[in-house]
Design a protein around this ligand. Structure first.
Ligand SMILES: CC(C)(COP(=O)(O)OP(=O)(O)OC[C@H]1O[C@@H](n2cnc3c(N)ncnc32)[C@H](O)[C@@H]1OP(=O)(O)O)[C@@H](O)C(=O)NCCC(=O)NCCS
Length: 188
């Protein structure tokens, strides 16, 4: 796909009047050395510290891609694979996987370079976040479609569509269940 490509395979209404942006245009890495301030009671790095870095990196990507402010709408499938320790150099790599009309899924991988080992960086976590681009009033605004470049980008796009379908279906199913319970006069 080119810089000007439009994504038509999503099945979503899309944004035909806005040129596409390649994945590489907004891909970002945020790096941070972990300190004693970042630890939990076990002495390893607190999961919330990693989640903040994930949200920061994903937010930077969403802002870059959409060309303006974007807010976190959801974060899911946050996975912690291995503990991170004080002194480790953590790299948080984020990219836009998929775009809808006003929202973007950002995929994030977290890697750690161990301070006391001369080995390659280890993957220690990953997450998927949905950001909504917003205008000055905080209302959703249209985003450029992402144009996946590599085969890996294309796979991530397709997988993101599956997650999007599941998120919407889950939200709808829960809404229906709650409406049914209210209609049946059940109070909880
Ligand atoms: C996210 C927010 C802008 C959505 O506003 P809204 O009035 O519900 O608008 P919409 O329903 O049109 O949603 C906008 C887009 O976000 C998506 N979206 C909204 N909530 C979502 C959720 N929970 N999960 C996934 N996507 C979501 C919608 O599908 C839509 O995407 P699309 O246009 O590509 O189809 C609004 O809920 C908000 O401002 N939330 C607070 C954000 C914030 O403060 N984040 C920081 C947390 S500390």
């Amino acid at each position: 796909m080119t810089d000007q490509a439009h994504v038509t395979e999503s099945g979503d209404p899309g944004t035909p009047d806005i040129p596409g942006k390649p994945t590489s245009a907004s891909r970002t890495t945020l790096s941070h050395i972990m300190t004693h301030n970042d630890t939990n009671l076990l002495g390893t790095v607190h999961g919330g510290v990693i989640m903040k870095l994930v949200d920061d990196a994903a937010g930077a990507v969403a802002g870059r891609h959409s060309g303006g402010p974007a807010v976190t709408a959801s974060m899911d499938e946050m996975v912690f694979l291995e503990p991170v320790r004080v002194g480790d150099l953590v790299h948080v790599k984020a990219q836009v996987n998929w775009t809808g009309r006003t929202s973007m899924e950002v995929g994030v991988r977290v890697l750690a370079e161990r301070w006391n080992e001369s080995t390659a960086a280890t993957q220690v976590g990953s997450a998927y976040l949905v950001f909504a681009a917003v205008d000055a009033d905080g209302k959703p605004r249209v985003v450029p479609p992402v144009a996946p470049e590599s085969e890996r980008d294309k796979r991530r796009y397709q997988e993101a569509q599956i997650r999007r379908t599941h998120r919407l279906a889950r939200r709808e199913a829960i809404r229906e269940l709650r409406a049914r319970r209210i209609a049946d006069g059940i109070v909880d």
